[in-house]
Design a protein around this ligand. Structure first.
Ligand SMILES: C[S@@+](CC[C@H](N)C(=O)[O-])C[C@H]1O[C@@H](n2cnc3c(N)ncnc32)[C@H](O)[C@@H]1O
Length: 330
């Protein structure tokens, strides 16, 4: 069984164990770490859901996130994890390998179903990996023993001490965070990172597609309409560097990759598969903006034609990894 399928099975088992239990408004979790013993309290309720077009969403009005948090979306997240690893050729760019091997505290902020967090926990058994997310979509029992998860809204102050993490990882919040909230989130990360610790953010841009045909452009314009309403940054990938500098991080570096849609071999194939699933996750949005296209039968045809168009135009979506350091002590 591939590693990807192994985690799909684990995650399904974990979800089954979750669904049979009454979830608490907030959960206390006692944590032992290599550096200190700390107690953390999950800060946000996970029990609020809303349903639209047969999909389940986070129901908290304070949370801007646009995509579902159901099993189908979790499967898409797992696959996207492997797509990104294949495209970038690694799970991270920050120079933290030696520290991870020796043992440090790692945060996967907005970890989703936690594929990255569990992969890192397994690869670096001396390190302790924490995952936080607004939805309790991570496994609570079937997981590496050096992995801990908490329900938390990352806009709010996280329940971690100052200077706690050696490495903070966060990705794909383009459709989740309003532009005005980014400085606050980065201030929390700066506070909880150790001096000299590294932060790494991966995002994509909806603002500047490469070689877009009319159907792909309409797809991104539809997303942009909703993102503008939520005050989100449609060019987030290209704004990571200035945002990190403004927040007080140093040694800011970036690496970009134009992700091919439905061309260019395995990466293009996987990304198109991810994108098609994304279409279905976003169908309730389409139903509001373009009800004609979202109609059953028409929507599937539209997706198929967009795939062909992307192949013909060689369309790509720009992704960027940005990594930076909390200023080391003098
Ligand atoms: C696109 S998913 C990416 C998940 C994960 N980072 C990955 O790469 O697989 C975005 C995640 O951010 C979470 N999220 C959105 N807004 C959030 C918030 N304000 N606080 C915490 N998590 C949030 C969502 O629940 C979702 O799991």
């Amino acid at each position: 069984m591939s590693f990807f399928n192994f985690f799909r099975v684990l995650n399904r088992k974990a979800r089954r164990s979750l669904s049979g239990r009454v979830k608490q408004q907030s959960r206390m979790s006692s944590v032992s770490s290599s550096s200190q013993d700390v107690s953390f309290t999950s800060s946000t309720s996970s029990s609020k859901y809303r349903y639209d077009g047969g999909r389940r969403y986070h129901g908290d009005e304070k949370v801007a996130y646009l995509l579902p948090n159901d099993n189908e979306e979790d499967d898409r997240m797992h696959q996207q994890h492997w797509l990104v690893a294949l495209a970038f050729g690694s799970h991270f760019d920050s120079p933290v390998q030696a520290e991870l091997e020796a043992g440090t505290n790692v945060l996967d902020s907005a970890c989703g179903p936690a594929t990255w967090a569990m992969q890192m926990a397994k690869a670096y058994p001396n390190s302790k990996v924490y995952g936080t997310d607004i939805s309790e979509r991570f496994p609570d029992s079937i997981k590496p023993s050096n992995c801990e998860f908490l329900v938390h809204n990352i806009v709010e102050n996280p329940p971690f001490p100052n200077d706690y993490f050696g490495f903070i990882h966060q990705r794909f919040l383009l459709l989740g965070i309003a532009k005005k909230d980014w400085p606050q989130i980065l201030a929390h990360h700066l506070r909880t990172l150790k001096p000299g610790g590294w932060i790494e953010l991966t995002e994509l841009s909806y603002a500047k597609l490469v070689n877009a045909g009319p159907k792909a452009q309409l797809t991104f314009d539809t997303a942009i309409t909703v993102m503008n309403k939520g005050g989100m940054d449609i060019d987030l990938a290209n704004n990571l560097e200035p945002m990190l500098k403004d927040a007080g991080f140093v040694n800011v570096q970036t690496r970009s990759f134009d992700m091919p849609m439905n061309h260019g071999g395995k990466v293009g194939e996987l990304f198109w598969d991810d994108f098609q699933q994304g279409y279905h996750s976003a169908r309730p949005i389409w139903a509001k903006i373009h009800p004609d296209i979202a109609a059953p039968g028409t929507f599937e045809k539209y997706i198929e034609e967009t795939g062909e168009e992307c192949k013909q135009y060689q369309t790509c979506v720009p992704f960027t990894r940005a990594f930076a350091q909390k200023p080391p002590l003098a």
